[in-house]
Design a protein around this ligand. Structure first.
Ligand code: S3P
Length: 436
């Protein structure tokens, strides 16, 4: 079967106002937490991201007994079943979604005597699960990995978990969130620390849904035995999706872009800080802040210069590093250096290797390190046929590079874009006038 390609050509301006689809991280958490609420009360999620990844989470919660209706593609009407989850009849398929697998594992591990199994696509079955299986095992979980090196498929026999203190050595919101979710079903307190701040969506939704949770800088504590309160929730647009257009507009003089109703959570807005540092003209404004801040971002195109992205800033831009690597190539001067980002090696694909290969293929000078990349500003990039590596963010980053290339950029196998940004091709058309 032939896989879909996306063809992109140079665009003279990036112009317009758009809203990007709902935040992926928040959509996952909304479906999980409200599915875990006690039965009897209904809550509504609006702005849900109707992407493959988030739909896997929705189906998983349905398979545990939560009632979830979807009256339209971005609205979920949920009656939780947290006090009476039932054994899933089928293997839970998480598709391409690491967030679904790692977070749901935390929920399943604490369902006493319930047997369940989690699997995913080829990429997900190669991603490390020991990082969550090991601490869950310390809590008393019974999980056996059928894949090599502790990878999925994962078989779970639910047990009565005990709270532990776990000092994570990786700044990962998925590890933190998995253990805090398990902590809801554990006896006593579960304490998690992380070495640097990762995205705090779990903390915010825990507080909003009135769970007995505290955060003290990098230390998070949940007391077990309480379910989240059912409440309505609005999901803002995903700044990680907005990032592609922000880079395109910032790098193209004469452009003007406005993105409305986008999440402006400070643990996710690193992309704005780095673009500012690279010389971009950006304005942001928070319009609403109930449990997650959201508002608009405006960019006036000017041009960019190289910068250094490293250390404690990395978790805040972890998903934006492929498009920031493209920003480095589109800059008019300097070298953009990305270090301390070895987590990129274990994302949907090895994003360091993938970006190094693709940027070289379009004539950009790149050095790759075990933990990052150095990208020299290229005065010319040449269109080429490049691979997505089955990774949505690599596909979209290369599409943006295509807006600046000589000739034509052909990105292979772009169905993966559906995992986070349904409507990407339509927004490309809207902002650049290019046909699909
Ligand atoms: C996510 C956390 C990040 C991010 C992923 C979504 C989340 O992963 O890369 O796209 O929703 O918790 P890590 O926590 O593994 O860094």
């Amino acid at each position: 079967m032939s896989k879909k390609v996306l063809k992109v050509r140079k665009s003279q301006t990036i112009e317009g106002t758009i809203k990007v689809p709902g935040d992926k991280s928040i959509s996952h958490r909304a479906a999980m937490l409200l599915g875990m609420a006690p039965s009897g009360l209904i809550s509504t999620v609006t702005g849900f991201l109707p992407s493959e990844d988030c739909l896997q989470t929705m189906r998983a919660m349905q398979s545990l007994g939560a009632s979830i209706q979807r009256p339209d593609s971005t609205t979920l009407v949920i009656e939780g079943a947290g006090e009476k989850f039932t054994e899933p009849k089928k293997v839970i398929d998480c598709g391409n979604s690491g967030t679904s697998m790692r977070l749901i594992l935390g929920i399943l591990a604490g369902q006493n005597q319930m047997k369940s199994k989690l699997t995913g696509d080829e990429s997900l079955c190669r991603r490390p699960m020991n990082r969550v299986v090991n601490p869950l095992t310390l809590m008393g979980a019974k999980i056996s990995a059928e894949g090599k090196n502790g990878c999925a498929p994962l078989e779970v026999t639910g047990t009565k978990l005990k709270g532990i203190v776990y000092n994570s050595t990786v700044a990962s919101a998925q590890i933190k969130s998995c253990l805090l979710l398990a902590g809801i079903f554990a006896e006593g307190k579960t304490v998690v620390t992380e070495p640097e701040k990762s995205r705090d969506h779990t903390e915010r939704i825990f507080n909003y849904l009135e769970l007995p949770f505290t955060a003290d800088r990098l230390k998070y504590t949940i007391s077990g035995g309480h379910l989240p309160k059912p409440k309505d929730l609005r999901v803002p647009g995903d700044i990680s999706s907005a990032a592609f257009w922000l880079v395109a507009a910032a790098a193209r003089p004469g452009s003007f872009l406005r993105i409305e109703n986008v999440g402006l959570n400070p643990t996710r807005t690193g992309i704005l800080n780095f673009l500012l540092r690279m010389g971009a003209k950006i304005r942001e404004n928070v319009d609403e802040d109930e449990y997650e801040p959201s508002g608009y971002i405006e960019v006036q195109g000017g041009g960019l210069r190289g910068t250094v992205i490293e250390g404690a800033d990395i978790p805040n831009v972890i998903d934006e590093l492929p498009i920031l690597a493209v920003a480095g190539a589109l800059a008019s001067e300097g070298v953009t250096v990305i270090r301390d980002a070895k987590e990129l090696r274990v994302k949907e694909t090895d994003r360091i290797a993938a970006m190094a290969e693709n940027l070289r293929a379009i004539g950009v000078e790149v050095e790759d390190y075990e933990d990052g990349l150095a990208i020299r500003a290229a005065n010319k990039i040449v269109g080429a046929r490049v691979k997505s590596f089955g990774d949505h963010r690599i596909a979209m980053a290369m599409a943006i590079a295509g807006l600046f290339c000589e000739g034509e950029m052909i990105i292979e196998d772009v169905d993966c874009i559906q995992t986070s940004y349904p409507g990407f091709a339509e927004d490309l058309e809207k902002l650049t006038g290019q046909g699909r």
